[in-house]
Design a protein around this ligand. Structure first.
Ligand code: AHG
Ligand code: MN
Ligand code: MN
Length: 333
């Protein structure tokens, strides 16, 4: 029986031994993310109060305008994981190259690497709409104690040992999986403690919400256009409802609770779509599958894609299993 008033700290300790490589290292990692999430949450919450908004005039490695809170969140997660000697390497949306922590500290014997989108949906910050953090965890493939290499990060999503997200919304939640289901924890801001509020989260098999930036409609592949027309047709439990926040974490979180599909297709200008495989799609796909949903690039399972670059993009279709199946059949599978 799930213990509804269990704290995240208690939950981590209780489940440590059920993890197959358990040595406490993964528990320390999740604990560190919990800590950084609280710090970032505090800053995100007062974004409207202090002069932290607006561009810093720099662009990130994707050439997109970078906002101050992106950098702040990146720094906090990296500092927390580095200074507390938690992992051996980190890759972030905000930095072109991965960070090799054990080249700074020769005694670093840690075996995990983390890939992170420190602030997802950042264009929503200055309009007071939910944003998030996404993280993905792998065991390194190169020997412990040596400097991490690119191959430690370029692993298939199916190799993830943990993945999760934080949603800074009307309430702040941390949702994660270590491959044995998905659990969600809600922050009580008065005392700074996450409580288990959503045990064993499951995607409804079917749903009626589709989430897509329809402004790009004319550029979508024909299969996606046809699927959208199908969604809009009156028949049975259709037409569906459209909901799009523009923050992957928030859109997927809502769809997981209510049943729905998130779509970010390829277009002529962006043949690989917009979203990044390693620190956006793979962690969301792992969580989705662990919650009984499905994630695909239109033809192939996201978690089976062999990555070739740190900031690689991929078309992304993710959500309730039946809806993703329908989408795939419209894509000609
Ligand atoms: P980020 O803020 O980390 O760059 O990610 C934004 C992503 C994703 O969260 C969101 O679903 C998508 O971009 C929205 O893109 P459009 O504005 O093109 O719809
Ligand atoms: Mn993002
Ligand atoms: Mn981001």
């Amino acid at each position: 029986m799930p213990k509804i008033n269990q704290t995240l700290g208690e939950f981590i300790i209780e489940h440590q031994s059920s993890f197959k490589y358990s040595s406490g290292e993964l528990s320390r990692l999740i604990n560190s993310i919990r800590l950084a999430a609280k710090v970032v949450n505090y800053e995100v919450n007062k974004a409207g109060l202090v002069d932290i908004l607006g561009d810093i005039g720099d662009t990130n490695v994707q050439g997109e305008a970078q906002q101050k809170l992106d950098v702040y969140a990146h720094d906090k997660f990296v500092q927390t994981l580095t200074k507390r000697n938690i992992v051996c390497g980190i890759a972030s949306e905000e930095e072109e190259d991965f960070i090799c922590i054990n080249s700074i500290d020769a005694n670093n014997q840690n075996k995990y690497v983390v890939l992170i989108d420190p602030l997802d949906g950042s264009s929503n910050i200055d309009v007071n709409v939910s944003v998030g953090t996404i993280f993905s965890v792998y065991r390194r493939v190169t020997p412990v104690g040596s400097p991490v290499l690119i191959e430690d990060f370029l692993q298939k999503g199916s190799e993830q040992v943990a993945a999760g997200y934080v949603i800074y919304g009307t309430s702040t939640m941390l949702v994660y999986t270590t491959g044995a289901g998905v659990n969600g924890f809600t922050l009580n801001p008065a005392i700074g403690t996450f409580y288990l509020s959503h045990p064993d989260m499951k995607f409804p098999k079917e749903g009626s919400i589709y989430s897509i930036n329809e402004g790009n409609y004319v550029h979508f592949p024909q299969g996606v256009k046809d699927y959208l027309k199908y969604c809009q047709k009156e028949q049975g439990n259709r037409p569906y409802t459209s909901r799009y926040i523009g923050s992957l974490v928030s859109d997927c979180h809502r769809n997981m609770i209510k049943g729905g599909i998130y779509l970010y297709p390829q277009t002529a200008q962006n043949p690989n779509g917009k979203l990044r495989l390693l620190y956006e799609c793979n962690p969301m796909a792992f969580i989705t599958e662990q919650a009984g949903g499905k994630a695909s690039n239109g033809t192939e399972r996201i978690l089976d894609i062999s990555p070739t670059a740190l900031h690689q993009r991929v078309p992304f279709y993710c959500g309730s299993k039946e809806m993703v199946n329908d989408l795939e059949s419209f894509m000609g599978n």
